[in-house]
Design a protein around this ligand. Structure first.
Ligand SMILES: Nc1ncnc2c1ncn2[C@@H]1O[C@H](COP(=O)(O)OP(=O)(O)OP(=O)(O)O)[C@@H](O)[C@H]1O
Ligand SMILES: [Mg+2]
Length: 273
């Protein structure tokens, strides 16, 4: 496909002392508790942690989507822009353009009533990457192809429910990358994918980080994916980061007992190199 790939400037993400409290029927849950982290341009940070440790809440809060009724304290800066201080309109200019987001549940990222191609075209038009449907179409197909879709034309014409879970996940990845964001936040982006497509998606992320210099914040439970795509790992437990370090060092010789247990419990913990 000949359409040039759009590319925004690489971004730097700084999260400072972030605390997010959910209020629900069961009372208050401090899902994120004083987290600080930085992801530099050209760097991939992988978030590991057991279920409920606050990974998705952290990822969503960076996008300004902490959840209904959530209280947020601390700071989130995108290359100097204070994201928590932005209004809804300014945030929606940032989302999809400067920051791509792959939600944990692909269906949350797709409109069930519209064809995949039209959803891609819309994001390209909204952020003025293309100046008309005709110009947007090849970019939409290209981004599906990039995300590992073998038959982009067919997928572009499909509604979400007509696609397998793996294809929906790839469609969401295509949407997140369509405008060439400088930061990609991907929440378990490879869980519904078979091994081959997973490898392809991980290679794509690695390429975007290495060649285009984007920053990547990725949540995964898959140690193999963490090893292949990550530079640094942060391990979360009960809303806090208990250990952080370079991938090989942290996965090879975790210091914190919880990090060690988590790594040891992963399938392929020893032989996935
Ligand atoms: N919208 C919400 N309202 C109330 N509580 C919430 C909400 N979202 C998350 N929580 C709670 O916050 C905590 C962290 O949840 P979160 O989804 O961030 O964890 P996670 O690390 O992404 O888990 P998983 O690996 O299962 O995806 C949990 O106790 C969860 O029940
Ligand atoms: Mg989650």
């Amino acid at each position: 496909m000949s359409a040039p790939a759009p590319a925004a400037a690489p971004e730097r993400l700084e999260v400072e002392n972030l605390t997010v409290t959910h209020t629900g029927d069961g009372g208050e849950v401090r899902a994120v508790d004083g987290v600080s982290l930085t992801v530099r341009p050209g760097e991939a940070l992988v978030l590991l942690g057991e279920s409920g440790s606050g990974k998705s809440t952290l990822a969503r809060t960076v996008l300004g989507l902490p959840g209904r009724g959530a209280r947020v304290r601390g700071a989130v800066r995108l290359s100097g822009t204070d994201l928590l201080g932005l209004g809804e309109r300014a945030l929606s200019d940032v989302r999809g353009r400067r920051v791509g987001y792959v939600p944990q549940d692909p269906d949350a990222g797709l409109d069930p009533l519209r064809r995949i191609g039209s959803q891609l075209t819309e994001v390209l038009l909204r952020h003025r990457i293309a100046d008309g449907r005709r110009a947007a179409r090849p970019l939409a197909l290209r981004s599906l192809e990039e995300a590992g879709v073998a038959d982009p034309e067919r997928v572009a014409c499909a509604h979400p429910h007509e696609l397998s879970g793996g294809l929906r996940q790839r469609a969401v990845i295509a949407l997140a990358l369509a405008c060439g964001p400088g930061l990609l936040i991907a929440d378990e982006p490879t869980t519904a994918l078979d091994a081959l497509v997973r490898a392809r998606v991980v290679d794509l992320f690695t390429h975007l980080v290495a060649e285009r210099g984007i920053a990547l914040l990725m949540v995964t439970h898959d140690i193999g994916v963490a090893r292949r795509a990550g530079h640094r790992v942060a391990v979360m437990r009960e809303g806090r980061i208990v250990e952080t370090g370079p991938v090989e060092q942290l996965l090879g010789a975790p210091r914190h007992p919880y990090a060690a247990a988590l790594v040891a419990a992963q399938p392929g913990a020893r032989d996935d190199r």
